[in-house]
Design a protein around this ligand. Structure first.
Ligand code: SAH
Length: 372
């Protein structure tokens, strides 16, 4: 432990303030902030001594007060299909998972916004883990930094904007991003900063289970792409599988999405729909889906349900998913069926849950056995 301030995750204003507090002269703060921003986010440096644009004594002063730190990587797993999953530790019991999914035309990094989750969606493994706490902006950005380190995506490893591995970011890991609004916003603005990591907002997608009052704010203050975990088209069913629906029912959710700024054919909203056998997968459901989203520039991601131990649902049969997709597709919407990735390392949608939770439960059992 130390009391240095980690630069990663500070907004530009925050960085300028931190440099001032560390004792750099007022008049050069903006320029110094730009140089350090470049070192941290373009070059991926983790040490002030490598920032040669700064005078030696300035480097030393900064190193006394600040750091460009990375969290501890507890485990890194590689799936047979190339998917990678990292378990990161930000402190005792503060652990999250981050997943990289390489595809032919893109590389998607799936990042988390909270440790655990409050939503208790019935089909989601993460939902069985209580909320531990929100991640800070720095902890959200750190997930991208770790992935870039591991994928050797910095200029010194020969990568540049044209050859980068991570082309897209989805906030579809653990947690509900709109319940951690300020930190998620600051993190996305850092990821999208054109003098830093430079990930276009059109390639950053925030996924929400439907925190309706925050959707407009996300449009105004973040401006990323939007994905909605819809999963059902009737309130009776959605109330059960996404309990947040009792607070913000389907009609209100769809209205909020309709009003999301900047939607167009080139900037469509993604509706995520997990295929649960006998629950939400009938032809009537598909038709109702089409009716609900009418007029909204949309794409529908059909997600085959990924099983986990003790899950109360099964995945729809393949023919059922295809027929469902066909109905949506005939109505004029792209309806790709998402190929499950990384299932062998429990990295697929809804499977994330820190191993540490299970480990800790085991240790507790052992302790109790020892005491008794
Ligand atoms: N809380 C946000 C962010 C999590 S995104 C949200 O709900 O959108 C994770 C996505 O994976 C969501 O669409 C979620 O509903 C989906 N998902 C969860 N469990 C799943 C499972 N077992 N199989 C397939 N998809 C699942």
């Amino acid at each position: 432990m130390n009391d240095k301030v980690n630069l990663i995750g500070l907004t530009r204003q925050g960085l300028i303030a931190a440099l001032g507090a560390a004792g750099l002269p007022e008049r050069s703060l903006r320029m110094r902030a730009s140089q350090i921003w470049n070192a941290a986010y373009v070059q991926g440096l983790t040490d002030f001594s490598g920032i040669t644009t700064l005078a030696k004594d300035a480097r030393a002063t900064l190193a006394q007060h600040l750091e460009i730190a990375r969290p501890e990587v507890v485990t890194e797993q590689l799936s047979a299909d190339g998917t990678r999953k990292w378990l990161l530790r930000f402190g005792p019991g503060i652990e999250v998972e981050t997943v990289f999914i390489p595809e032919e035309d893109r590389g998607t990094l799936c990042i988390s916004s909270q440790v655990g989750c409050t939503l208790t969606c019935r089909f989601c493994h993460t939902g069985t883990q209580k909320l531990v706490r929100n991640l800070t902006a720095g902890e959200i950005v750190a997930q991208v930094m770790i992935a870039k380190d591991a994928l050797r995506e910095w200029p010194r490893a020969g990568r540049n904007a044209d050859t980068r591995a991570i082309t897209n970011i989805v906030m579809m890991g653990m947690g509900e991003p709109l319940y951690n609004f300020e930190n998620v916003r600051d993190a996305i603005l850092i990821l999208a900063d054109g003098e830093g990591l430079s990930l276009s907002k059109r390639r950053i997608t925030l996924s929400t289970a439907g925190v309706v009052p925050m959707i407009a704010r996300a449009g105004e203050e973040i401006g990323s792409m939007l994905a909605i975990s819809l999963h059902a088209v009737r309130d009776e069913i959605r109330d059960v599988i996404v309990p947040l629906n009792k607070k913000y029912p389907i009609r209100e959710l769809v209205a909020a999405v309709r009003a999301y700024p900047g939607l167009s054919n080139a900037r469509r909203v993604t509706w995520e729909y997990v295929m649960l056998k006998g629950v939400n997968d009938s032809n009537a459901d598909a038709k109702e889906l089409v009716r609900l989203i009418q007029g909204i520039p949309s794409k529908i991601n059909l997600i085959p349900f990924n099983p986990w131990p003790g899950a109360p649902y099964a995945c729809s049969d393949w023919e059922r998913i295809e027929e469902f997709a066909e109905i949506v597709n005939r109505a004029g919407y792209a309806s790709p069926i998402r190929t499950p990735r990384g299932r062998d390392i429990m990295a697929a949608c809804g499977q994330l849950k820190s191993e540490s939770i299970k480990l800790r439960a085991k240790e507790r059992l052992a302790d109790e056995a020892g005491a008794g």
